[in-house]
Design a protein around this ligand. Structure first.
Ligand SMILES: Cc1cc2nc3c(=O)[nH]c(=O)nc-3n(C[C@H](O)[C@H](O)[C@H](O)COP(=O)(O)OP(=O)(O)OC[C@H]3O[C@@H](n4cnc5c(N)ncnc54)[C@H](O)[C@@H]3O)c2cc1C
Length: 582
């Protein structure tokens, strides 16, 4: 067993853990971050992409609303390259309660969120695809943010200040010495061996998994994983974020992100944060609800659907309060747990709850407390120090196309949907990334409408050309990549997307014969439990039951039954247990 020593081990490589690592590094504290998988593969890679203005909390949760608007402004300053300055609207429909809109405006003022009322006509000029039936609209400084880009920049800054990052090193236990944790035991997934990391302090930043990591250290932390399903549409539909001005509910937000729009979201309490399954009925419901604000969504092409687990925390004093699965009342603010006071474990801190938008502030609060105990008096600098990569202003949708045009790189595109050139893939592979899934997160390969029909095998060829892994590894990596793409598509296979899936199936199964060589990994992709002859039969949601059909009505059950997608039972309506909201 190899070992290594540091002052602080941070467990969890989502935005929170990475922000904690950066804060420690900027204060001169030696620290190592361990992540069970790749960075940003937990909730920070399975979320909505909204840089909150705080408007979504303005009515019920002033503390969260205030944190969001403060950090919205800080992130715009230190990480503009990760942000698309979209702006957002809250729209009041005739079926909504006008009294809610009044409370919204008052709540925004109380939390310090700038809000401007627009006439319905002005709102429609700004968002031409909005329904023409809106009663009022309120503009707020919502934005879009790319979490992987933020994570990469924070890691680069932390590493430049001496921090170390160990992805694919899950924590499997702790060595305890009396009332202290003396070392963290991790498994090196590449080498297969266990390593001990000796340390003075441990920070548990494992998000929805914080309870599991706490259990390994012998302390109880009651997390409430709140699953949220999101639907990815094949184009943007809206120029800025569109929210419903009502008490949070399923299908009340549309966020344009890169080339697509993301509709969201459900909020269902689940037992296991790794449960990211999607019921096709949830997809239908999300589209139907969001189409109340943007009607053309009901005729649009849904590319895929995915889910993530909110890291909601239930304090012990609320343990006996029954939620009946409905945790709308659970605040979206965050909590720092000092386990010395709470559980008699002298050198463990946990950080739970919060939002992606507030990750920097969460880290600051935690490191302030930890620093006091460690005797480190260096003040926090993370709100002032601009992140690496922040020299080109905010992200612009047209940026990648402008770059391709300027360099005349038309013939060298490896991924036409996301405008990724072969040269960029080569450079990234040469930099050490050979797993296609990692390339996807780094370069956005396979996110677009064709869902990797062409880019996955081209990228595999680049990996091969650069000597990255043997043939079998490469095909297994390709199968893993396709399996992940398929997992997101099975609930959206109708109409054009069914035809796309059939083409992809023909390419990867028919030409590459993936199933024959990689039975276990590829067969699920190749068959996916899907009856292909039926999958192509329905040509649109309209034919399946007409636009605007409710999920409990004609559209959902018929599409699910006809398509017979994996995991798609048509009997239940969308699960009622709610952990609302974003
Ligand atoms: C559906 C949905 C939509 C959302 N939308 C928004 C939004 O629009 N805007 C916003 O601001 N916030 C949003 N959020 C909230 C936000 O995504 C989360 O608050 C944030 O990503 C949590 O980051 P984290 O680092 O705490 O957790 P995570 O990103 O989950 O990181 C925890 C990490 O710990 C790792 N880990 C677990 N166990 C171990 C172990 N044993 N050893 C080592 N590592 C381990 C996991 O692999 C994971 O990578 C959304 C959340 C959901 C679920």
């Amino acid at each position: 067993m190899t070992s290594l020593d540091t002052r602080v081990v941070v467990v969890g490589g989502g935005v929170t853990g990475v922000a904690v690592l950066r804060d420690l590094a900027l204060r001169g504290v030696d620290a190592v971050l361990v992540e069970r998988s790749d960075l940003g593969t937990g909730t920070s890679g399975r979320w909505h992409g909204l840089l909150h203005s705080g408007g979504r909390y303005a009515v019920r949760d002033e503390e969260s609303a205030r944190e969001c608007i403060e950090e919205n402004m800080v992130l715009r300053r230190i990480a503009p390259h990760t942000i698309e300055d979209l702006g957002g609207l809250f729209v009041l429909l005739p079926s909504d309660d006008p009294a809610y809109a009044e409370r919204f405006v008052t709540g925004c003022a109380a939390a310090g969120i700038p809000v401007e009322e627009l006439t319905p006509a002005a709102a429609r000029r700004r968002e031409p695809l909005l329904t023409d039936g809106i009663e009022a609209a309120y503009a707020v400084p919502d934005g879009g943010i790319d979490s992987w880009s933020l994570i990469r920049s924070m890691v680069a800054d932390a590493e430049a200040h001496g921090a170390r990052v160990l992805p694919r090193h899950p924590v499997v236990g702790f060595e305890r010495d009396g009332d202290r944790l003396a070392a963290v035991r991790v498994r090196d997934q590449a080498g297969g061996e266990e390593r001990l990391i000796g340390c003075e302090w441990v920070v548990n930043a494992a998000g929805a998994w914080a309870g599991q990591v706490g259990a390994l250290a012998g302390v109880p932390i009651e997390m409430i994983p709140g699953k949220g399903v999101m639907v990815v549409m094949a184009s943007r539909y809206v120029r800025g974020v569109v929210n419903a001005c009502r008490k949070p509910a399923d299908g009340d937000i549309v966020v344009p992100q890169h080339e697509v729009a993301i509709l969201g979201t459900t909020s269902v309490q689940v037992e296991d944060p790794d449960d990211v399954s999607v019921d096709p009925a949830e997809v239908d419901r999300m589209i139907d609800m969001c189409a109340q604000m943007v009607p053309s969504l009901s005729r649009g092409r849904a590319l895929r659907a995915f889910a993530g687990s909110r890291p909601l925390y239930k304090p012990p004093q609320q343990a006996d309060q029954a939620t009946a699965g409905d945790t709308r009342a659970v605040s979206r603010t965050f909590t720092v747990l000092d386990h010395a006071e709470r559980d008699g474990l002298a050198n463990l801190f946990s950080i739970v709850g919060g939002k992606l938008t507030t990750c920097r502030q969460m880290a600051e609060k935690l490191v302030d407390q930890l620093g006091e105990r460690m005797g480190v008096s260096v003040p926090c600098r993370t709100a002032e120090e601009v992140l690496p990569g922040a020299d080109h202003g905010s992200h612009r949708l047209a940026g990648p196309l402008a770059a391709v045009e300027q360099e005349k790189e038309y013939g060298t595109l490896l991924c036409e949907c996301e405008l990724v050139t072969t040269e960029r893939v080569r450079e990234t592979v040469a930099g050490g990334l050979v797993e296609l899934e990692d390339l996807r997160r780094r370069l956005r390969l396979g996110f677009g409408p064709c869902q990797a029909a062409f880019c996955a095998w081209r990228a595999a060829a680049v990996v091969c050309e650069q000597g990255g892994g043997g043939d079998r590894d490469l095909l297994a990596g390709l199968a893993r990549f396709l399996q992940e793409r398929w997992r997101g598509q099975h609930a959206t296979v109708w109409g054009d997307q069914a035809r796309q899936a059939l083409l992809n199936h023909a390419i990867y199964r028919g030409i590459f014969d993936l199933e024959a060589d990689h039975q276990d990994e590829a067969s699920a992709w190749a068959s996916g439990g899907l009856d292909w002859s039926q999958a192509v039969a329905p040509r649109s949601r309209e034919q399946l039951g007409g636009p605007g059909g409710s999920s409990s009505g004609a559209v959902a059950p018929r599409s699910r039954e006809q398509l017979g997608g994996p995991g798609g039972s048509s009997s239940g309506a969308v699960a009622p247990r709610s952990t609302r909201e974003e």
